[in-house]
Structure formats: C-alpha cells, structure tokens
Design a protein around this ligand. Structure first.
Ligand code: PXP
Length: 237
C-alpha cells in the first residue's frame, strides 16, 4: 500500500493570484495531516510563483509527517534546503515558462552536477529522490549519483489519449518499478494522478509513495480539503 504525500502548492497559487495572505498553505498542511495523509509536499520554485520562503520555514516547524521539498538543482535553493532541512528532497527539472513540471529530470546528461547536489544535500542529512521518466538509463544513473529513491513521472500515463497508449505506459511504469527495486532504490510516483486514474498505479508492486496535488486541491474546492484527502486515501489504500 503506497503512502500518500499531498502537494499543497496550489493553495499558495490561489493566494498568490491576489497577493493576499489567504488561503494559507500552513492551514492546509494541518488539515491534510488530520485527514490522514502520510506526508506534505511543496515545491519552492526559483520564481516563487506559489510557495514562498516563509511557507517552507513555517511548514518545517508545524508539519508532523515527513516534509518533502521539490526543488531544482540550483545553488540558491540547495542553500535554503540545507538550512531548513526538509525530511527529503525531490529533484525536479524547472523552467520558468512551464505551467507545471514538464517531463522528468535528465540525470544522465547532468550526472556530474546532480551528483554534486545530492552529495551536498546528503551531507546535510537530507535523502534525495529523482523525479525521472520510467527509463532504465535514468534509473541506473539515479543510483550512481547517490539517490535514495526515484519518483516516476506519471504524466504520460495520465494524459494518454487512448486505452492502448495508457496500457503500454502503465506496463512501462510497472517494469521500471521492478527494475528500480531490484537495484535497491525506493519507488515513488506522481504527476497528473487523480480520482479516476490512481487505482492501477497504487496497485503496482512495491510502490512506496504517491505524490498528488492538483486533483486533491481541485476537489477540495467542492467537497472540502479534509474529504478530498480522505477520498484519495480510500482509493489508494
Ligand atoms: N511529484 C512531482 C515531482 C511534481 O513536480 C508534482 C507537481 O508539483 C507532483 C508530484 C504533483 O503533481 P499533480 O499536481 O499533477 O498531482
């Protein structure tokens, strides 16, 4: 049974749309935890479009489940991570013009820089996960650079326009998950998962954690955050 990490970035997105002080992602984290989620996820982007430094620092003080910081391998954010000390870091690719994280991190092409980043984070006691495509070379390279886990990008599975494409992408995720566990890395998955597509993914052998944001926060607008988290937990557990 995978654990559920809830990404609360979009609560901050709503706040930043009006530059108000509400809704506060700190309040969201408390509700998410009380509803039974296993972890809180935030992405401190270089452009600070949603989560702010103040959010991360306050979350570090109040979150009682593991706090997972998604971040680019940039010096500025590495320094912040080393100071704030989230329980884990997920390294993601980041482009300013993107709406959300597009595609996985290319660990293979950036091996030396990413290895250095993992080393710095590990030296501060922070384990690191790589947000990658379900690709054998990326998995092996993630192991080489010292990652503890990989998170497979499930966007292609979630957005597949046909049943056949969805099935083949599902098989690719399943195979990659097996290979990852065989070489001794932990498997996470995330991106685009919702109440309609999450169940098969949650049933893949040995998946340790699912990280889900947009669908839960979107549902919360209609049913409330507590109920939205509980409904997702019921599906994946
Ligand atoms: N995992 C990672 C690494 C991500 O970058 C994101 C998006 O911030 C998610 C999971 C959650 O994706 P979604 O909001 O589509 O559920």
């Amino acid at each position: 049974m995978p654990r559920l990490g809830v990404n609360i970035d979009h609560v901050a997105t709503i706040r930043e749309a009006r530059k108000t002080i509400y809704p506060d992602p700190i309040a969201a984290a408390v509700i998410v935890e009380l509803a039974g989620a296993d972890g809180i996820v935030v992405h401190l982007r270089e452009d600070r479009r949603h989560i702010q430094d103040r959010d991360l620092r306050l979350l570090r003080q109040i979150v009682q489940t593991p706090l997972n910081l998604e971040m680019a391998a940039s010096d500025e954010i590495i320094e912040i991570a080393l100071e704030v000390k989230p329980n884990k870091v997920t390294l993601v690719p980041e482009r300013r013009e993107e709406i959300t994280t597009e595609g996985g991190l290319d660990v293979v092409s950036n091996e030396r820089r990413i290895a250095e980043c993992v080393k710095r984070l590990n030296s501060g006691g922070i384990p690191v996960s790589m947000f990658i495509e379900a690709d054998s070379e990326q998995i092996k390279c993630s192991k080489r650079v010292g990652a503890e886990a990989v998170e497979f990008h499930t966007g292609t599975y979630c957005d597949a326009p046909t049943e056949a494409l969805r099935n083949s992408e599902f098989e690719r995720l399943k195979e990659a998950s097996k290979e990852t566990q065989e070489i001794g890395l932990i498997v996470h998955m995330g991106h685009g998962l919702n109440y309609h597509n999450v169940v098969p993914i949650a049933q893949i052998d040995g998946v340790d954690e699912l990280n889900i944001g947009h669908s839960i926060i979107a549902r919360a607008v209609f049913v409330g955050l507590d109920k939205a988290v509980r409904e997702m937990l019921a599906l994946i557990k």
